[in-house]
Design a protein around this ligand. Sequence first.
Ligand code: FES
Length: 820
Amino acid sequence: MTAKKGLSKRSKGKVKKMEEAKVGVFLSDCGGQIAKILDFEALTGFLKTVNGVALVARGSEFWRGQGLQAIVDAVKEKKINRVVVAENIPKISEIAITKAVEEAELNPHLVEVLDIKDHCAWPHKDTPKEATEKAKAMLLAAVEKAKLLEPIEKTEFPAVKSVLVIGGGIAGIQAAEDLADMGFQVYLVEKEPFLGGLAAKAVRFFPTDDCAICIQSPTSDLKTVTQTSRKCVYRSGFSEIPNLNVLTNSKIVKVEGAPGNFKVTVERKPRYVNEKKCVACDLCTSVCPVEVPDEYNAKLKTRKAIYVNKPLVYPPVYAIDAKACKFHECAKCVEVCPTKAIELDQKTEHLTLNVGSVIVATGFREYDPSVIKEYHYGEYPDIVTHLELARMLDAFGPTNGTVVRPSDGKPAKRIVFVQCVGSRDRRWNPYCSSICCMISLKHATLIKSAFPDTDVTICYIDIRTTGREHEYYYERAREIGVKFVKGRPAEIVHDPATNTLVVEVEDELLRRLLELEADLVVLATAMVSSENARELAEILGIELDQDGFFKEYNAKLRPTETKRRGIFLCGGATFPKDAPTASLHAHSAAVKAAKFLMNGKIVKDLKVAVVNEDYCGDCEFCPVTCPYGAITLEPKGEGHFVARVSELLCEGCGVCVGTCPVGAIELRHLKPSQISAQMKALLSINGTSKPLVLAISCSECGNAAIDSSGMAMMSYPANVRVLRVPCTGIVQVQHILEAFKAGAQGVMVVGCKPDGCHYEVGSQKTHKKVELAKTLLKAYGIEPERLEMFNLVYIEGDKFAEAAKMMTERVEKLGSLQLA
Ligand code: FES
């Protein structure tokens, strides 16, 4: 992908040459509050002696108003080219300060913001002299780092305003429609000949018993569509949005390119019926001699080799089943078709789509319960799944809405539902599929309402009704006579003499064994990920979770994103969902995709990793380690290769840096020299009677925990100094050794929880490195207890304060560290 670099003229100019650093330091005393603890005269005096500092200013605040203007003036008039600001709430103030600095024509990456309130004044308020000495060390570290900062330019990458949606169930349709409605070019790709997915078979959805195939109508000015909120798929008009292209019988076989500019190869199988010519007159089926079991109708009836799924269907045109059709041997349909729509010589096509982003909406499917031998599914015909029952309950279905025994077609008068079949069971799927209880309640209620004489029993472990109005649905089922037995059936047996099924179950409430006679047993199976999820995940370069569903970037905060930029998820692709939740998810994914592409370009600060090719070569650590797939290996000379970093994909976490065995990779925004300079500065001034402890913390949860302990004025000793890095994943064993060499008596590594690292793997990898470093320390004759990793989150500021005290006491007890 071609990227335009150096958008800002001033940035571009500054990139060319490193000029001598003229550091301006701006000290906020937070309206005088922290001046009651820190000696600002001493701090100002100290800073004036630091090499490279050209200006020291003190004020009430520097992130807005006059304070911010003072920074701008210093940059413009006094030609300050590095800015250090000691400010409150650095995360927020940094945004305003860097923006103002950029407007003053200084590269915004030449700014260093630190927090001497929450990281110094408040936690050390009882020892003001020590706090002032620590503040000096912190300011010195910021100045030393600032002197080594280099400008970082922005780059822009083109983004095609076009989206591929994979999966034509209700989530995929909704996401496609939303995006097309917003003006994006959309391709909706469905592997089956018809859209609708599971919803098309499910007929009704709880809790309203409304049509399953109902979606929100487009709001585009389509002449044929009224602006009501919802419509059946086939009459919603979504397919008539000019910029929405529906590709049925199609699947994704290759994805190349980069976010914003993917090249997708779609394999489109022939339908053998020209969609533009077919008028759905049905003459073809009347002459077709081939009958096959109708999978759409749970094989409870047959269909012809040329067929259409009625009545909820899009596109409303016929398709030929290539496995069943005799083609030119027969060709009767060709003869009778009045519009010449049947084209038996159609071939598989490969289309290439250029899209900026991709939404995966491949849904879920019923688990095949035939593997659960004690339930004999597939062996006894009167044991069915919910989807098979749903087809019977469909007035247009194989039994015209009556519930029968598939074995003999007689009405089923005694029906037993079995819950959690293949779910909440470690033998098959340990998770709860979340919607099966409601599906059973829906079907039991529909049956009992339509056929009150039917005896309906639900065997359950727990009935889970967590959605809005769902509990009322459960109450209604009880009121109309649905029976409930708490217990997971041990076996379903068949009495051939009476053609009756017997469900053996222990009623856990009444503590007795029951043998429930049934004409029909309905298995509420687990819902599992779509059939080709793994293959598609590999093609797209995204992950599946431990249960085989597509893994979102963050379940709480980024539930429709993946780790691969530009690829989004929605609906049951991430986990089984009911229709309202799938719809909500689809809207969310559509908004995310739209936001990603709306400007037609992706603008990015190049805070990324860079490779030194002179050192790099012939190992595969960083490509394997990078959580974002941003590093590839490229040949360099015969039999050799070097790492290449994608500027677009790199998130600048530094996990690769922490992995490289030869130091050949570094971050542009935190170079090894900057880490060393800060480390030395932080450990160059003690000012307390206690041994110095260096806390290397990630900028995310680790630093947030340190912030919160300060904000809550929790005290810990001032000998603890914090060095912030993007992610603890950047930490190398040599950093730890270097810290001890620079004067630390103890080292704390403070990161996110192992499974909560903002860059996925950093915290876990660092844990291993810390263990390795302990072994090395021991070998060097240094007590390994001097090193410890802590995994914290924002609300655990108290734990940081405790850890800081504990480490201080521990190294005090160990005594002074003497390095040769
Ligand atoms: Fe906190 Fe990775 S971001 S440890």
